[in-house]
Design a binder for this molecule. Structure first.
Ligand SMILES: Cc1ncc(Cn2c(C)c(CCOP(=O)(O)OP(=O)(O)O)sc2=O)c(N)n1
Length: 566
């Protein structure tokens, strides 16, 4: 009688789940195994949705896409060593694209790993992750798990978002501590991604520069889409009348058919603009580093970026605007008097005329593609475009070479953050992971438009899409090969992979609906039916193997040596 009640206990796994729930995590994307299987089980039992993938690369890409879409870090869960390594491509891609995610990985025993005595799945994962992540941390005591989770989440979403690695050794996951002490060690983040306001004088400097421009241009990057500053961006663009070019994942911030869009006269816009305002768009390879002759050598740049050290990374920045994009755009709208900045009519007319000319030049190619047989990329894509026009809530995921370039230019977006693609790194393999995360995070239909080789990188995740019955329609533009299907190498080497594939039969293996389309009408009918059904589907579009070019629009990046095609 009167015996002390034994103190309630907790352990590392419970503390990880409690810390994630305390900080609002709703989904985890991963591949289970030693030492994190029970962590996934407990997360599920605690109401967190765990999505089990077939390869960690896809789970990590999913977590990154979740971060882009929600402004909260997507969580990827991996096992030690090989599982951890498989996730690194996604962690690095998230960091390159500035998407917030946290890769939590189990790891092996420190006292064995650090003496390299040969442990099960031995690897110094923390050191390996450091070079690919925005930050990398290890938790060495269960009482530090709350701190580690809080630190990782804040680091992933504050400032310039990115991928964060959190290493939790098996011993720490299994460490048992007093429950009260454990609960006291957890904390909920306060304002994990604080607004960072620009300096008023910097705002006025930018306004003066733009007001004096003869040929101003705005470039909207995916940072502008991520920032969710849609209203102030639209207000600034429309009130100044400045033509704008959206980068691929910024499409839809203003509808692609907007009268100020210079997307179809991009070359002229870049070459002629005399003042260029970059909003969440870095002057990297995607913008030719701001170099002539693609750009006007006398162009002066206004740059809006949350990272101060992005300024002057490629070109002198005449008006640096450092802050979060929402705060900067609000300040620009507030501080520029009505009419202060007004794009000259002559410049707007020049852009509009060039756009009209380019669209007219494209019209014949588009028209011919509607009836071409075998079907061309543009035949299938115009059919997809028309069906998506009736399904404005659908998200688009896109990867490939020709499949990427032609989809970007054929499928206009009307709303923000509805297009996710290979992004800054041009990475293949993002397709199914991005599609799964988009369906899970938004509950909306997703159309993944895939080159056939690109699809192959993550194609096994079709089974995951079917297992969770996600409303994802995968459209494979199957020209039977990497880039093209008939590309016999002049040097007699074996041709690139021939993919006389029936991807439509593959999804049938997992209970999904497969379609094989050989004409644009068949593509449209299949997509309409699949979107109406809202179930996993795959449309294998049989594309002319001769259609397409190697590497699509970026074949000029290939080496120019002796082996280069003349
Ligand atoms: C991870 C990874 N591996 C390889 C590549 C190289 N690569 C590869 C392999 C592409 C696939 C092109 O074939 P596809 O069938 O997807 O596209 P198209 O037929 O539409 O050109 S596009 C591209 O840049 C890459 N970007 N990323």
């Amino acid at each position: 009688e009167g015996a002390e009640e034994p103190a309630a206990l907790t352990d590392g796994i419970h503390l990880v789940v409690d810390a994630l729930k305390l900080n609002g995590v709703e989904n985890i994307y991963g591949v289970v195994g030693i030492p994190i299987t029970d962590l996934a089980r407990l997360a599920q039992a605690s109401g967190i949705r765990y999505i089990g993938f077939r390869h960690e690369s896809d789970a990590a890409h999913a977590a990154a896409a979740a971060g882009f879409l929600t402004q909260r870090p997507g969580i990827c869960l991996t096992v030690s060593a090989p599982g951890f390594l498989n996730g690194l491509v996604g962690l690095a891609n998230a960091t390159t694209n500035c998407f917030p995610m946290v890769q939590i990985s189990g790891s092996s025993e420190r006292h064995i790993v650090d003496l390299q005595r040969g442990d099960y799945e031995e690897m110094d994962q923390l050191s390996a992750a450091k070079q690919f992540a925005k930050a990398a941390f290890r938790v060495s005591r269960a009482e530090d798990i709350g701190r580690g989770i809080a630190r990782s989440i804040r680091t992933a979403i504050s400032g310039r978002p990115g991928g964060v690695y959190l290493d939790i050794p098996a011993a720490v996951l299994g460490e048992i501590i007093d429950a009260e002490k454990g609960a006291a060690s957890l904390w909920e983040l306060v304002d994990p991604a604080p607004r960072q306001l620009p300096e008023p004088a910097a705002v006025d400097r930018a306004i003066d520069l733009l007001a004096g421009a003869e040929r101003p241009l705005i470039v909207l990057g995916k940072g502008a889409a991520y920032a969710r500053a849609d209203e102030s961006i639209r207000e600034f663009v429309e009130s100044t009348g400045i033509p704008y070019v959206p980068m691929s994942m910024a499409k839809g911030l203003l509808p692609d058919d907007h009268p100020q869009s210079a997307a179809t006269s991009r070359s002229l816009a870049l070459k002629r603009a005399d003042v260029v305002m970059l909003v969440g768009a870095r002057l990297n390879w995607l913008l030719g580093h701001g170099d002539a002759p693609q750009w006007n050598p006398n162009a002066r740049f206004v740059q809006v970026d949350i990272a101060a050290n992005e300024m002057d990374s490629n070109q002198p920045i005449a008006a640096p605007l450092v802050g979060d994009i929402g705060s900067v755009m609000d300040a620009l709208v507030e501080r520029s008097k009505p009419g202060r900045i007004s794009a000259p009519a002559q410049w707007r007319e020049e852009i509009a005329a060039k756009s009209e000319q380019n669209v007219a030049r494209m019209a014949k190619r588009l028209q011919d593609a509607k009836t071409a047989h075998p079907m061309k990329f543009l035949g299938a894509l115009q059919a997809v475009r028309d069906v998506l026009g009736d399904n404005p809530r659908a998200y688009v995921v896109n990867e490939g070479a020709n499949a990427l370039d032609l989809t970007r230019n054929t499928i206009g977006m009307k709303v923000p953050r509805h297009r996710l693609d290979s992004g800054t790194w041009g990475v293949m393999g993002i397709g199914m992971g991005y599609a799964i995360a988009t369906a899970v995070e938004t509950g909306e239909p997703v159309v993944a438009i895939e080159g056939d080789s690109a699809f192959g990188f993550s194609g096994m995740e079709i089974e995951v899409i079917c297992r969770y019955n996600l409303p994802v329609v995968t459209v494979v533009l199957n020209n039977s090969g990497v880039y093209r299907g008939d590309e016999a190498s002049p040097n007699g080497d074996p041709a690139p992979t021939y993919l006389r594939a029936r991807h439509d039969l593959m999804i049938e293996a997992f209970g999904g609906k497969g379609y094989r389309a050989t004409t644009p009408d068949e593509v449209a009918a299949a997509l309409r039916e699949a979107l109406a059904a809202g179930v996993p589907a795959l449309i294998d579009c049989v594309i002319d193997p001769a259609d397409g070019t190697e590497s699509g629009n970026i074949s000029h990046l290939n080496p120019k040596g002796l082996t280069a095609k003349r």
